[in-house]
Design a binder for this molecule. Structure first.
Ligand code: ACO
Length: 329
């Protein structure tokens, strides 16, 4: 067995709501244009949930697909880690709601708040739990209904986000393939560059701050942009070095889908051609924790990821948080 490999991805699934919201729809709501959005972000459309649909609903669909591929029943799952910043409730965790909907009655359940890095963080935690022998089959989910925390009157943010879910079954393995390494980082000193100012313990929601629309996502886009490129470059390069691979041996990079210019800058710094970088931001926008697992599922289902290949996942999000993983298939 290759040193360090204890867990593998046994199945993946993803799900996006059917309602498509194009840049032309946004042109009717705020002072923006398809041309600005495409050239500044790479986004052409995003999926948005209908009223009443919540993160556990999207997760359920993604998990069912992942479980079917892994040939596991829900009661064989012993750990659910759900990354989200858009939970169904503040209490209890969305993982608990999902466990009930899925009938995964033997699973330990937790939400994990790492914003856009939520899936990579969850993958790392699940891998570590499996390595200890405490758990054997985990479901790791990245899910968001960002449309619920987006200020649809703010052109700086409303053009960026979308809804969706991605899931992976992570199972113990003795094979020579699987999750070779994961790496996690954070910097809380930059928290105020991307946050929801009110609604927590620090500034509770009041009628006044609600009317000022401070319960929605606020972001200093330019600063986040620069930090995202730097952090993802350092994380991805570091983990590739850690597992002893060269850049040439990386068959596919799956970065968080926040902005095509961030992705292209990252690829350039890593000296990777864009045909080795998975991009679907044009169809989904930034789905935060869901972006990496949706892309991972698509890359597997469309044959972009082949047996024996090496994939690097890398994400960056509010907090700031960032992290990466190397997977051999
Ligand atoms: N349509 C038209 N004009 C716009 C729009 C819009 N939708 N949004 C902003 N502008 C204007 C601004 O008002 C500004 O005008 P001004 O020069 O007259 O003041 C101009 O465009 C340039 O604005 P910038 O903010 O400097 O534009 P930038 O090129 O930085 O692009 C963007 C903004 C797309 C937000 C980019 O900074 C970005 O992608 N940042 C990173 C986002 C990210 O990675 N988030 C990470 C995780 S998200 C999470 O964790 C939930």
């Amino acid at each position: 067995m290759r040193k360090g490999i204890n867990a593998k991805i046994a199945g993946t699934g993803s799900f996006a709501p059917s309602k498509v919201f194009t840049n032309y729809d946004l042109e009717k709501m705020v002072d923006t244009s398809d041309d600005w959005i495409v050239s500044r972000t790479g986004i052409r459309e995003r999926r948005i949930v209908e009223d009443g649909t919540v993160s556990s609903d999207l997760s359920l669909e993604a998990c069912r697909i992942a479980l079917e591929e892994a040939e596991l029943e829900p009661d064989q799952i012993d750990l659910i880690i759900l990354g989200t910043v858009t939970p169904d409730y503040l209490l209890p965790s969305t993982a608990c709601i999902l466990q009930d909907k899925l009938k995964a009655k033997n699973a330990a359940v937790m939400d994990l708040v790492a914003a856009c890095s939520g899936f990579v963080y969850g993958l790392s935690v699940a891998t570590a739990f499996i390595a200890t022998g405490q758990h054997k089959n985990a479901l790791v989910i990245g899910v968001e209904t960002l449309s619920k925390i987006t200020d649809w009157d703010d052109r700086n943010t409303c053009v960026l986000f979308g809804d969706g879910a991605g899931a992976a079954v992570v199972s113990a393995t003795t094979e020579e393939k699987g999750i070779m390494a994961t790496s996690l980082s954070g910097d809380g000193s930059l928290a105020n560059l991307l946050h929801i100012p009110v609604g927590g313990g620090k500034v509770p929601l009041t009628k006044e701050n609600f009317d000022l629309r401070q319960h929605y996502v606020a972001m200093q886009g330019n600063e986040v942009f620069k930090s995202a490129v730097r952090a993802m470059e350092s994380s991805a390069k570091g983990i590739i070095q850690q597992v002893g691979l060269s850049s040439d041996e990386i068959d596919l990079l799956i970065p968080h889908q926040a902005n095509i210019r961030i992705i292209e800058a990252l690829a350039k710094r890593m000296k990777l051609p864009m045909d080795k970088v998975y991009v679907n931001i044009d169809r989904y926008g930034n789905t935060s924790a869901a972006s990496v697992p949706i892309a991972l599922d698509e890359a597997r289902k469309t044959g972009v990821i082949k047996e024996g290949s090496n994939t690097v996942l890398v994400a960056f999000g509010a907090g700031f948080t960032w992290g990466s993983a190397v997977i051999r298939w």
